[in-house]
Ligand binder design. Structure first.
Ligand SMILES: *Cc1c(COP(=O)(O)O)cnc(C)c1O
Length: 523
């Protein structure tokens, strides 16, 4: 295996399998070998000719760089190829079904992109006078109205920039509400179910709360006895953070009772709304007694995910929490729309600011395009089709894999590793799925299920594609059940094989260093 100067494998790694044919170039068919950009060429090369700057006085006040910037030197075609080749290594929703559970990897409609590129939205700047961006402010306000209507909540904070950021917003609002009640020092405990997404306990801890875990019952839902016990004779509970539908893909059937118990105990109800896609247009979280919930526009409302674009996590708030919402927010009066920027006068109870500006404008345009093109009835059908597709997968695979819980699921199907032969693990199944051309499902999450495999197809997959995916997974699952040890070497067809994930997580190499002179001399 050839290693680069950092000790990372820099060419495809041989595994000795019959699938693995080494090539001289390192490329294989349409897969182009590509080293790190720093390894591509020598220093000093450049893709542009700039005349030497003449007579311009430095305005850096003596803090100019004196050493080399150590940027790689590449021509334009080399640069283009480098990034093009890297882009080909990615799996993407535009390439195929992306079964990551809890992530709602749905198609990003092209109409959204067209709207976001309209110059009136794409070319404006947050520092522009507000009178010159009335249309943009109106769009944010209209999106806010949709979000409030769909959730049945009176207020929404638009500035959070991801789901986790929305959680932070909701929990800071709860903390501010407790401060105003004079109970911030006594109410320190936040209840979080064992099946929660890792961001929930992290957010609570970040806000200075103590995380107290509630168990799951045999049906994969909140253990109500455990919850009641945790609320008995205490006045130190700040609230609960609960996902609904939960990360087992199940609706929390006791949710109204949970809300009542929390409110009776003097706490607030934070709902992680990442899975809103399963219930949008069918259930209004406000009717369930929820006080705060973030909405991932990049999940439910089809804006791009991860590398495709920034996230956006508007957070709806109940009557009780609305006064504590962050600035800025939009108000409309006789002069038009305006942003309330300071936590005073009209926002004197606000907990402050979460972001420099009003939020992710490009994502707002995309999300509203999605809502308007679906309409209220179309959004309801989104939820219904998402749930139907997940149940189709669960029904099709339940004879070869083990569903984690009995009964129908919501938007995602959860399996345990019970069906696998001894020695075959979830990771082997995930890696074999890569050879079949699919991104693996969410693995080992939620933690309450052994060797969990969480599959969320979303509503945008056709029956034909679901069948193709199920066919691939079924064949891998049969091999796993029969102790086919070739699974242990998968993936055979990917450019990189089994990586040392523990090492990568514990000792990440985040910075490139030039090779030592003796290494250069040897080349
Ligand atoms: C995706 C997700 C989050 C976090 O959202 P980000 O936008 O990635 O920060 C939180 N909770 C659940 C259940 C999720 O699925």
């Amino acid at each position: 295996m050839s290693m680069n100067s950092q000790g990372r494998p820099s060419t495809p790694v041989a595994t000795g399998s019959q699938h693995d044919t080494e090539t001289v170039s390192g490329s294989k068919g349409l897969y182009q070998f590509e080293p790190l950009i720093f390894e591509t060429d020598r220093w000093g090369k450049t893709g542009v000719d700039l005349p030497k700057a003449k007579g311009t006085k430095s305005r850096l006040g003596g803090v100019e760089r004196t050493g080399k910037a150590e940027l790689p030197g590449l021509s334009e075609p080399e640069t283009v190829r480098h990034y093009m080749r890297l882009s080909q290594r990615n799996y993407a929703i535009d390439l195929g079904l992306f079964p990551l559970g809890s992530c709602t990897m749905k198609h990003n409609p092209r109409l959204n992109e067209k709207m976001a590129r309209l110059p009136g939205f794409a070319d404006i700047h947050p520092m522009q006078p507000q009178a010159s961006v009335q249309g943009a402010l109106e769009l944010i306000d209209e999106l806010a109205t949709w979000l409030k209507t769909l959730t049945g909540m009176p207020a929404v904070a638009m500035s959070p920039k991801a789901g986790a950021h929305g959680e932070l917003c909701g929990m800071l609002a709860i903390r501010q509400a407790l401060i105003s009640r004079g109970e911030a020092d006594t109410r320190k405990r936040v209840l979080v179910p064992a099946s929660a997404h890792g961001t929930n306990p992290a957010t609570a801890a970040q806000c200075g709360f103590i995380v107290d875990e509630i168990g799951a019952d045999k049906r994969g839902r909140v253990d109500m006895d455990d919850l009641r016990a945790k609320l008995e004779k205490t006045d130190d509970v700040a609230g609960i953070m609960l996902t609904n539908p939960n990360t087992c893909g199940l609706f929390e059937t006791d949710i109204k009772e949970i809300a009542d118990l929390i409110h009776e105990a003097g706490g607030y109800f934070y709902c992680d709304g990442a899975n809103f896609n399963a219930i949008v247009g069918r259930v209004r979280p406000g009717d369930l007694g929820i006080d705060a919930m973030h909405i991932n526009l990049h999940k439910t409302f089809s804006t791009p995910h991860g590398g495709g674009g920034p996230g956006s996590g508007p957070t709806v708030l109940s009557e009780a929490l609305a006064p504590f919402a962050p600035v800025p927010f939009i108000l409309k009066d006789e002069d038009g729309f305006r942003l309330v920027e300071e936590a005073e006068e009209e926002a004197k109870e606000s907990f402050g600011r979460m972001a420099s500006f009003h939020g992710q404008m490009g994502m707002f345009v995309r999300a509203l395009s999605y809502m308007l093109s679906h309409g209220a009835d179309g959004l309801k059908q989104v939820a219904e089709d998402a749930v139907l597709n997940a149940n189709y997968i669960q029904a099709k695979l339940k004879t070869v894999m083990t569903p984690a819980f009995d009964g129908f699921c919501m938007h995602e199907a959860l399996f345990s590793d019970k069906f696998t032969a001894e020695g075959i693990e979830t990771i082997d199944i995930a890696k074999a799925l890569i050879d079949e051309g699919y991104h693996p499902m969410t693995m080992y999450f939620p933690l309450v299920v052994h060797g969990a495999m969480l599959i969320e197809p979303t509503e945008t997959e056709s029956k034909a594609e679901l069948d193709r995916f199920c066919g691939a997974l079924e064949s891998v699952a049969r091999r796993a059940a029969q102790d086919d040890d070739t699974l242990k070497g998968a993936p055979y067809l990917a450019p990189m094989k089994r990586l040392d994930e523990t090492h990568a997580a514990r000792k990440p190499v985040l910075k490139w260093a030039p090779p030592a002179p003796e290494q250069l001399a040897a080349e």
